[in-house]
Design a protein around this ligand. Sequence first.
Ligand code: ATP
Length: 433
Amino acid sequence: MQSQIVAVTVSDLRNIKEGDEVVLNGWLQEIRLLKNISFLVLRDHTGTIQITSKPDTTSGYDKLAQMTRETVISVTGTLTRKTQSKSGIEVLCKSIKVLNASKSPLPLGIIDPVSADIETRLTNRFLDLRKPEVALIFRTESELLWGMREFFHDSGFVEVHTPKIVAAATEGGADLFPVQYFEKQAYLNQSPQLYKEILISAGMNRVFEVGPAFRAEKHNTPRHLNEFTSIDIEMGFADHHDAMHMLQEGIKSGLKHLVSHRPDIVASLSQQVEVPVGDFPKITYRECIRKLDSHGEAVKFGDDFTPEQLKLIGAEFTGFYFITEWPSSLRAFYTHPKPGDETVSNSFDLQYREFEITSGAQRVHDPAMLEERLRSKNLNPDDFSFYLNAFRYGMPPHAGWGLGLERLSLIILNLQNIREAILFPRDRTRITP
Ligand code: ATP
């Protein structure tokens, strides 16, 4: 006896018997009309399937000629495995219903081999995201983040949501988007840093947050966005070593989750995905200077590394690596100096080749030291009183980091441009769609 199946996905078809009736909903990706037979490709969020249609078995066969690509359709048909198609299965069409027709021509082809430039793709992002290889980026990101969330949750972290409209700059400086907040001037937050620290004083012990961070940086590079997704943690009674350990294990868990829960995604990626084994190597800032010197690159203590210099350093490592003990002068006021050598700090960046993925550190917990550090960076402690107060009534030693989700995707998927790793990028010239 044949069983009736209602609305299945393309990936469900693998488990369906020859001759069974199915209903498939999706987009008409391709249509090839011949005299006595037509071949359609239907795409849904799980894949594509060939639909074969014949005048004597498909009702309304003559309407196919008017159908445009990317029209939303509902196909009823029977499954057959007697096919030349790549997947080894196809659906013989009994009827096809147009749920919503697409305009033609398309401003961006979904399957056309000519790849459009990034600006055309982003302008037509709703179409760009229909491309399976583009959709894969976001499915991968979702799995990575899920694995990381699970890890932090299981490690006793509380997921929090801190304000994005703030009165003071996290680090001072000019990279802030101002917003008019009724009668007052406010800003979009650059980082949840100050609020994460307040929550440590509030006794939450371990917090993590996944949220937007806004940077009014004017540069326009393949690694910078003006709004990105920041994954942040902060831990009480902890130092930079603990924070580095959590970062390393969090990333491994994200990758493990991706590999074990979605081998189908991993198999479809053009880039090989591996879960790192063991500890990520560490190199100090001073060691980096010595290494660069041996390459004929003179760097003064206190200078930041250029992308070219980071390339030289990164070439020594096969995957993720930490650069530790950055000069205190290069780090934000809340970074704890290294006891006994205060020119450097208990800080780190996680790198992958020349890309910085994460910045983190042990933070200053002594309020007097914090005020002094604010002044040394030409910031006024009065502007930070809401934050400093939390340090005056019992603040544990603490540490944490901030990781850019899109930078992580960029390196894991080997993308050329960070704009590919965010659904709707905000950059120097783009605020739509
Ligand atoms: P960079 O030197 O690369 O501009 P940063 O030192 O300003 O970065 P932090 O303020 O330390 O970065 O932010 C922590 C993490 O947030 C970075 O390691 C990166 O992953 C991410 N990040 C920071 N700024 C951006 C940005 N403009 N676009 C995308 N991700 C960013």
